[in-house]
Write a protein that binds this ligand. Structure first.
Ligand code: RM4
Ligand code: MN
Ligand code: MN
Length: 424
């Protein structure tokens, strides 16, 4: 299904007068408004192919109607989102959940929708049907060399798929670890994992990046072999300049200061990419900004400050990806909300008076520093984000249009009520 340009134009003209009023109000208060709107237009977030169907928990999955049944339909869904918000111009594939059978056709379908392929993701945390050896006791860390080789080969295969699609990065997330004390020799498991990663790293094309994602717990509950940013950074440093740490917002122990982690990784030149989501307890994969939007703003504040300090391009120098998936909302509505939350936090961070903050920090003026941050955070930047969308050809209110245009109803008509997205 398509949302035609005229539908977006009609929707926008209904809302335009109100929007202009709100935009002019906030614009009159900001000196660099043109620059900020441009940065918001440039900033694109990759949509994961595994978030387009309803997620599940280990207790069950309640599939919604009209879920994409094929990779082609997933690309159409991301194209639809991008049409509405002009901010999701990339897709991140999980392999083997989504294997591009005909890469040329898949690539040209993506191009038709204005999409490119972001990081490809390998999967050695599940056994596939026709798989020879099991990952029950790990993959790249496994004590059996044959299992390690199988997992290495899979990652190299994923790189090959990515190359065909024009991607330029691979995310390696390992579930490797142990569930009970004594199960694993930590030092040896680390070394085996490093040696395996080295073989995958050696297969990277010269312009590629490898993202090493960490996670504090689950599915292993005693130790994770890439359990935190320290371990990920160790691997990335030992691997070489093409390896980076990837921060997934849901992968920390409770109350971790993620903004500080981000600042230090950026300072080391080793922050590679992001998986956005929100969480209350652990790896909850909830809608970005739904639980703790202030933390998201603080993270963006460090990102903007740190990237500017290194003269990095906000839009292209890091991998921006969503990694969320849950049980109760329409996945497309959820993704529209997530992208909006990311853009809001980014816009707020762009509003921070960095000079004044620096001054307050230099004078150890704690109260003033807080005022400066919260001045930006408490500004309603939604008209800025909407203006960027409008200028880029998107809808002023993407979620509103999704509903009035009855997108889900149409998808159900096309695909059926009882569809289950491939993947998870
Ligand atoms: C993991 C991790 C990975 C994602 C899988 C599905 O918890 O976040 O990034 O690929 O889930
Ligand atoms: Mn992740
Ligand atoms: Mn996760």
């Amino acid at each position: 299904m398509q949302v035609e340009k005229y539908a977006i134009d009609n929707h926008n003209s209904d809302l335009l007068a109100k929007h202009i009023k709100k935009f002019e109000f906030i614009a009159s208060d900001i000196s660099q408004v043109k620059d900020i709107v441009q940065k918001l237009k440039d900033f694109q977030v990759a949509i994961p192919s595994w978030a387009l169907g309803t997620g599940g928990t280990r207790f069950g999955r309640f599939s919604g109607g009209g879920e994409p049944r094929t990779l082609e339909e997933k690309i159409e869904d991301v194209g639809l989102l991008h049409k509405l918000n002009q901010s999701g111009g990339a897709i991140s594939l999980h392999i083997p959940w989504d294997i591009p059978q005909n890469p040329t056709a898949i690539k040209s379908l993506a191009v038709q929708h204005g999409l490119r392929f972001d990081a490809v993701n390998s999967n050695t945390f599940q056994d596939q049907k026709d798989q020879e050896l099991s990952y029950k006791f790990g993959s790249l860390q496994h004590v059996d060399k044959a299992v390690r080789k199988q997992a290495i080969d899979h990652n190299i295969e994923v790189i090959r798929h990515g190359v065909e699609l024009g991607s330029d990065s691979i995310t390696v997330w390992l579930s490797d670890g142990s569930c009970f004390p004594g199960q694993l020799n930590f030092r040896k498991a680390f070394q085996r994992t490093l040696d395996s990663l080295k073989e995958i790293y050696a297969a990277l094309p010269a312009n590629w990046k490898m993202f090493v994602e960490y996670k504090a717990f689950e599915p292993n509950f005693y130790s994770m072999t890439v359990g935190d940013w320290g371990q990920s950074l160790l691997y990335a440093n030992k691997l070489g300049p093409q390896a980076y740490t990837l921060v997934d917002l849901g992968h920390h122990l409770p109350n971790a200061n993620i903004e500080q982690i981000v600042a230090l990784l950026l300072g080391e030149g080793k922050l590679g990419g992001f998986h956005f989501n929100d969480s209350k307890y652990g790896d909850d994969d909830l809608t970005v900004g739904s639980i703790n939007p202030y933390q998201l703003f603080l993270i963006f504040n460090e990102l903007v400050e740190g990237m500017d300090a290194r003269s990095m391009n906000h839009a292209t120098d890091l991998g921006w990806m969503i990694d969320a998936s849950h049980n109760v909302k329409d996945p497309l509505e959820d993704l529209l909300q997530s992208v909006e939350a990311i853009k809001i936090a980014y816009a707020q961070a762009l509003l921070v008076d960095t000079k004044a903050l620096q001054q307050a920090q230099d004078q150890s003026d704690v109260a003033r520093a807080q005022e400066i941050l919260q001045q930006a955070y408490r500004t309603d930047v939604r008209p800025l984000v909407a203006e960027a969308r409008l200028q880029a050809g998107g809808a002023l209110d993407p979620l509103g249009l999704f509903r009035t245009h009855k997108v889900r109803e149409q998808l159900i008509k096309e695909r059926g009520q009882k569809t289950v997205a491939t993947g998870l």
